[in-house]
Design a protein around this ligand. Structure first.
Ligand code: HEC
Length: 118
């Protein structure tokens, strides 16, 4: 009986510790939420969400992309780049703005620390 209680308590402590390590997801306003939806529909095929890490076709995007310069971000998303299609015919300016607003909520990826040599 006591052992069960101990196991239960331990499981609870471990579970809540694991939970508290997750950073709280940023609260998105409706505009940013729309941007996130458009982003997952049209962009993640080439720009995977940061938590999935490197190895994506396009660079990881975050609030640090292009120094967070909103007019350059808008321009790149509208007109594309050599290996990226532009979206100005697919999305209205306010939809592109919402994608930019969403990107500004994505934390910059922390560089992966190199494994120390042994
Ligand atoms: C077909 C693949 C593809 C899709 C779809 C795509 N991108 Fe890209 N994107 C790229 C590639 C590749 C680059 C790197 C520049 C280049 O090589 O043209 C890039 C670059 C960028 C950059 C500039 C990054 C930098 O640091 O210079 C931004 C911003 C960006 N993409 C945003 C978006 C957004 C927002 C969407 C969705 C609306 C999107 N991309 C959809 C492939 C894609």
């Amino acid at each position: 009986m006591i052992a069960r209680l101990v196991i239960f308590t331990l499981a609870f402590v471990v579970a809540s510790a694991a939970q508290s390590q997750q950073p709280a997801p940023p609260q998105l306003d409706p505009n940013q939420t729309q941007g996130r939806a458009l982003f997952s529909k049209s962009c993640t095929i080439c720009h995977l969400p940061p938590q999935l890490g490197a190895g994506t076709f396009g660079p990881q995007l975050s609030r640090a992309t292009l120094d967070g310069n909103e007019s350059i971000l808008r321009d790149v998303i509208s007109n594309g780049m050599p290996h990226m299609p532009g979206f100005k015919h697919m999305y209205q300016a306010d939809q592109i703005d919402s994608i930019v607003a969403y990107l500004k909520t994505v934390p910059a990826p922390t560089p992966i620390a190199p494994t120390p040599a042994r």
